[in-house]
Design a protein around this ligand. Sequence first.
Ligand code: COA
Length: 387
Amino acid sequence: MAIGIDKIGFFTSPYYLDIVDLAHARNEEPNKFLIGIGQKKQSVIPPTQDVVTLAANAAEKILSTADKQQIDMIIFGTETGIDNSKSAAIYIQSLLGISNQARSFEIKQACYGGTAGLQMGVEHIRLHPDSKVLVLAADIARYGINTPGEVTQGGGAVAMLLAADPQILEIEDKRTFYSDNIMDFWRPLYRKDAVVDGHYSNEIYIDFFKRTWELYQQKYNRQLDDFSSLIFHLPYTKMGLKALRSIIDESNHPQTLLAQFEASRVYNALVGNLYTGSLYLSLISLLANSNQLAGGSLIGLFSYGSGAQGEFYSARISNRFDNKNLKREMTDLLANRQQLTIDQYQDMYRSALSLSNENQKFDLSNDSSDFVLAGRQDDQRLYQSQK
Ligand code: COA
């Protein structure tokens, strides 16, 4: 029985910062950011959006009324959690009107949470073929103003509806893992911005990629040329290119793999990092922008979550997949964003909900998204539907 991604949706902020403006403001050579880092724009998340509203906005676009009744599991992968106890998935169940008989919970392992949720959902459907599982991967990437990581900020959410006989991607039961206790990137509870040793993190990422790739080759007797494309977790798009280049000599058609990689980073270069969702935004980018995918094409996916967990797994494009709607929706979403000046970006960055317990009320007049965060009252976040 084929199981996998039946529907996929993406949402990000209506605001962005141009990376060349950021380079000028930080006295950096623009090509360092454009080529050396591989980013063009970055989403700037307004205070009226958090991981719950980002994910609700992504999921609402793909779910029918029938889907909402059939979903029996909601898994929310995030490392930008809003509460130490209550899961973001419960808010989604309520905001979207998903069946009360669903199991709803949140999982965390840095940027790996989305993949953990996806694989758990696939296993659930293998046991219960009539089930539908909603997997959400949402984060807001923050390193701080005027830090080396600033150029790799961003945010957004990917929503995936998993089902048997999926329309988009069939997940194979072939995967390898590698984990170790590494302090390359973490987000202590008292901070909104990450603590990161960026260069060390890059080294560990490549190391874990090569380990999981070698384990996969040995376990399943497959070679690089068996794959039509490899896609990666993309904290910034040059990171995936570095990983691909580390094994590209194993291929007899390197130009094809590199062209597929270019298709897979189009949207990530325009959005920036969204941690758990980044691999899945790259998947959307490949699906929408590649002209070399056909039903049955084999894709390798590398997922990495600092701290650290790596997974390499494989999937095949469904015979029923057609990318026209996805491409149109992505083009519309990203073309209709508003550019911010550096000062506007810095003000918006600083205006995110505080870590204290003060009551706050946000001006909603500049955010017409379906779901918004109106503020906080008596320790409760106030979510609002504007549909
Ligand atoms: N034109 C083209 N490329 C240029 C350039 C120019 N004018 N100037 C510099 N570069 C290249 C460098 O050669 C380097 O390329 P390489 O990585 O292939 O060697 C790249 O730009 C970055 O330069 P570097 O000096 O390493 O940048 P940095 O010290 O500012 O740090 C990061 C870059 C990525 C480490 C930093 O932004 C960071 O910490 N980001 C967060 C990391 C992260 O997300 N970690 C989680 C991983 S899952």
